[in-house]
Write a protein that binds this ligand. Structure first.
Ligand code: CAA
Length: 684
């Protein structure tokens, strides 16, 4: 017997319990243990029902993702599931924690399911570029119907026990905190009642009404076209669910496996699996063990109620943490709070929040014009104008009022955190907490480690991210830290391409087709040409457009003209300005196809990433991937710039950079680190 299995019999009920920390992922040992447990129970003549349960924090949280790259060992999960389904006894899955993916599919192999209140279950394979490949696409629709299955499997969302009960995924929610005891009594009850033993795979009532109705799936595709764009897994999921309605179970299952295998072998899925682990890795700091103390953050002060400060505040309010919001003038304070309220009202209108929840959040705000009101908070985040002098003044003022041990954080995007910390008497308590706009939406939190930041201050910053629903990436001090620094080079190249006569619409198209939600030029128009940072007073296309009163989408159009429905067409005026400015600068037109435009825009990001690594600003290449995905919406199915570079081949990236360096100059000079990696035949 493997040591993951505990087998116990309570009168006529056998309990097969698996314990494989941390999350009971269904690796080979776990799969073998389940089969072993079921074999014993089936052979036991006194046993009439089998409860399948897990120890630890959760029922099986899915297939073991670490096994995905290697050849699967038998019994594979579909074999385990078929084995459970062939059991001569009544079977009950006892769920707690997060039964996800293959975990939920295992539960669906049982006749009945009981869950602890608070259990969250789902089929999140879409997040790994996969589909539920062990019967999930065929069985969930049989329980919840086609429309609900489409929504649940393409979103990958977690469903709470009470909703799962309503939907019919489970049969009972147990209110006691002992799931195994409840499952045993439930099993006895079912045996006593001689309850039916219908397997999910044999239930066809809910799928029958959608048989042969391809229009249902087309309508679903059309409704979600924007959200699904680029995700191959979604298309295969929809196809598989349609088969659940159209084909007998066995045939549907066979096709599901083919559609699963197709995805499993895809680069997109490898990229999404990389992102899954990268996201977990990014919160680990090798020289700061997890056991490092964390300072409690029960109250926060935020200086600056502008767009950034307000957005940052919302994260804490959402987590139930009170915020003291400081501004210099009452009007600015009132305006800031009204924007926060407006943002929440949008959620209420969309049905994502109740009025009461909105009010509860607003009451957590203490507005103030006086730094003295920050005396009792545990963390102060400065989000004021991006000027060193102002930041230093603010830090010296908060140093005077903050209690000992309070963490002083700057949201600076580009400035030297160590210089800011130097304005205080406690640089050990200073860190950067760099949010990305809109700060209440974007999931990245760059935690900036100053020269003197204490380990527990850094650790608190990293842990805080999880509390407010962000993914942390640690950065050392350096201009632009990680995400802004690497993405900035795309901006420079966009400007160069425009001046070299490349049609802005084509530049936008190339980036959109790669998978970004929007091209860089449409993005400039959206942000507003007047608010884009300028590096100098030089006459640029944008400075001329702004002087003409063309501020972007918000006023008179920018690079594009916009109609009442915000449909855009390239502006002839803007094209004229581009030609003029290019002439003034003596820039000759060049020709480039779409592949070259893409390489000119994105390869410099890879190169900058290599520099960031070489300088030790980022700890690992996967952190740069996470920073770009969570901070700039880099398409997750490309895995971020560094993973993408590996998949292209670093030698090919280097060769292109060298060619561009010859043609266009030093902006493309390869990082010595990249050169070294290629020489040594290594990857990021
Ligand atoms: N396989 C391997 N390792 C896994 C794993 C899995 N399915 N799920 C989690 N882990 C690991 C994490 O990598 C992490 O390891 P480290 O501590 O070494 O970093 C550890 O378990 C704990 O995970 P989290 O830090 O994420 O813990 P959490 O409490 O925040 O979240 C969770 C727990 C909700 C289970 C979350 O880990 C999660 O969402 N896991 C993925 C679930 C999933 O996608 N399952 C479907 C797998 S695909 C599948 O099942 C295909 C199929 O149909 C055949």
């Amino acid at each position: 017997m493997t040591n993951l299995l505990t087998y116990q019999v309570y009168e006529n009920v056998a309990v097969v319990t698996i314990d494989s920390p941390p999350v009971n992922a269904l690796g080979i040992d776990v799969r073998q243990s389940i089969v072993e447990g079921f074999k014993r129970a089936s052979a036991d003549v006194n046993v009439q029902a089998i409860v399948l349960a897990c120890d630890g924090r959760t029922f099986f949280a899915g297939a073991d993702i670490r096994e995905f790259g290697s050849k699967p060992k038998s019994p594979i999960l579909p074999e385990v599931i078929a084995f459970i389904e062939s059991s001569p006894k009544l079977t009950i899955a006892a769920l707690h924690g997060t039964p996800l993916g293959g975990g939920l599919e295992t539960a669906l192999a049982c006749h009945y399911r009981i869950a602890l209140a608070g259990t969250r279950m789902g089929l999140p394979e879409v997040n790994l570029g996969l589909l539920p490949g062990a019967g999930g696409t065929q069985k969930l629709p049989r329980l919840v119907g086609i429309p609900a299955a489409l929504e649940i499997i393409t979103s990958g969302r977690q469903i709470k026990a009470d909703e799962a009960l309503k939907l019919g995924i489970i049969d009972r929610v147990c209110e006691s905190d002992n799931i195994v005891a409840s499952a045993i009594s439930y099993a006895k009850e079912l045996v006593d009642q001689n309850a039916t033993r219908t397997l999910v795979l044999d239930r066809n009532e809910k799928t029958a009404e959608h048989r042969g109705k391809s229009e249902v799936y087309d309508a679903f595709r059309a409704k979600n076209a924007r959200r699904f764009r680029g995700f191959k897994s979604v298309e295969n999921i929809i196809k598989a669910i349609q088969l659940a309605a159209d084909l007998p179970y066995e045939q549907g299952l066979k096709r599901e496996r083919e559609l699963f295998t197709e995805l499993q072998q895809s680069r997109d899925s490898s990229a999404q699996q990389h992102v899954f682990f990268a996201e977990r890795e990014s919160s680990k700091v090798p020289d700061i063990p997890r056991t490092t103390p964390v300072r409690p953050i029960d109250a926060v002060g935020i200086i600056g109620a502008g767009t950034m400060g307000g957005g940052i505040a919302m994260n804490f309010l959402n987590a139930g943490i009170p915020v003291t919001l400081i501004e210099q003038k009452q009007e600015a304070l009132d305006h800031g709070i009204s924007i926060i309220r407006k943002n929440y009202q949008r959620s209420v209108k969309a049905g994502r929040m109740t009025e009461e929840a909105l009010e509860a959040r607003i009451t957590l705000i203490t507005p103030s014009l006086d730094y003295a009101d920050l005396a009792s908070v545990d963390l102060i985040i400065e989000a004021v104008f991006e000027t060193m002098e102002i930041k230093k003044e603010v830090f010296s003022s908060i140093d005077a009022v903050a209690k000992p041990g309070c963490i002083l954080a700057s949201n600076t995007s580009y400035l030297d955190l160590d210089e800011i910390a130097g304005a205080t008497s406690r640089p050990q308590d200073v860190i950067g907490l760099h949010f990305f706009s809109p700060a209440n939406v974007m999931n990245l939190l760059e935690v900036v480690r100053g020269e003197h930041s204490a380990p527990e201050v850094i650790n608190t910053g990293m842990r805080l991210a999880k509390i407010i629903g962000k993914t942390p990436v640690l950065s050392k001090v350096g201009w632009g830290f990680i995400a802004n620094r690497v993405m900035k080079v795309r901006g420079y190249q966009t400007d160069n391409l425009i001046l070299q006569g490349i049609n802005p619409e084509i530049i936008d198209k190339v980036i959109y087709d790669y998978g970004f939600a929007m091209g860089p030029i449409a993005m400039k128009d959206l942000v507003g040409l007047d608010v884009l940072g300028r590096d100098s007073n030089e006459r640029t296309v944008e400075s001329v457009l702004v002087d003409m009163g063309r501020l972007g989408q918000k006023k008179n159009g920018g690079y594009y003209d916009y109609d009442q429905n915000r449909q855009k067409t390239l502006s002839p005026l803007a094209l004229e300005v581009i030609r003029e400015v290019a002439k003034e600068k003596g820039i000759e037109p060049v020709l480039a196809d779409e592949a070259e435009i893409l390489a000119r825009l994105l390869y410099p990001i890879i190169n900058e990433g290599a520099k960031v690594l070489d300088e030790g600003i980022a700890m690992r290449s996967s952190d740069i991937d996470i920073a770009c995905i969570k901070g700039y919406n880099w398409p997750v199915y490309k895995g971020g710039p560094m993973f993408w570079a590996n998949s292209i081949g670093l030698d090919r990236v280097l060769k292109k950079l060298e060619e561009f360096e010859q043609r266009f100059g030093s902006a493309f000079t390869p990082s010595p680190y990249l050169v070294r990696l290629v020489e040594e035949g290594k990857e990021f």
